[in-house]
Ligand binder design. Sequence first.
Ligand code: SF4
Length: 284
Amino acid sequence: MEDRAATRSTLEHLILLEDYLRYGVRSGREVPPEPEPSAEADDIQARALSEATIRAGTPAPSSAPTSSAGAPSADRQAALGAIEARVKACAACALSQTRSRTVFGQGVPAPELLVIGEGPGAEEDRQGLPFVGASGKLLDKMLAAIGLSRETNCYIGNIVKCRPPNNREPSPTERNACIGYLRAQIEILRPRFILCVGRTAAHGLLEMTDPISRLRGRSFQFEGIPVRITFHPSALLRDASLKRPVWEDLKQLRALMDSPPGERAASGGLVSFPDSANFSSGEG
Ligand code: SF4
């Protein structure tokens, strides 16, 4: 019985993924009811897998309903695994031609915080994992400073799943081709909060074009999930003077995460936080 529920959950997410990639929004299609026990589930799954043709998608409006809140971790893992398999085979944009590995994401399946970066770098492309180079080590320190980690309560992903050559910024075409995967991940993960690191991540998720100086310190929403924005760790490695503003951003995020939902709404998400700790960028 649990297997059938997990299969159904995976199918729902595959349909969702196809919706986001093909139409940019939820179509409202549902997995057909299972006639009678057992083997039919395998047939349905095989059919859905073969029918779900992945195409380049357009960004969806921020109005799709949620579906995975409260789903068991095993179901979420299975749904993520099914989508990751599609990503590994994806050739929807030119980045597929130069990647070594796709980088889907890493972390717990029901995270307190989802961290979204721009795209894989050289080390990530080699290992197939997000934020594992110098900036990744710094990101881990930043998260640890406010009691978070990818091992216990965070998930880390990127706007694009394949490395742009020479670490260039992904183009709007590449971002649009890939954003459906991230939308599907968010739908499955249902994080309580999202942190975008860097301008490209914020622009890709929120469909905005403001400079990061006008995005920091403000609260946004994505599908009802509070979103905060700070500098990318790689910017911090290049310019140590950004350490202070990043710490301010992290303190505000921690306070937001700790505040009751009512206070969160009343304060617009900006909550004071005692200035009592710090993190070190060290060697990154
Ligand atoms: Fe597919 Fe995204 Fe990779 Fe482009 S970046 S090939 S859309 S997985």
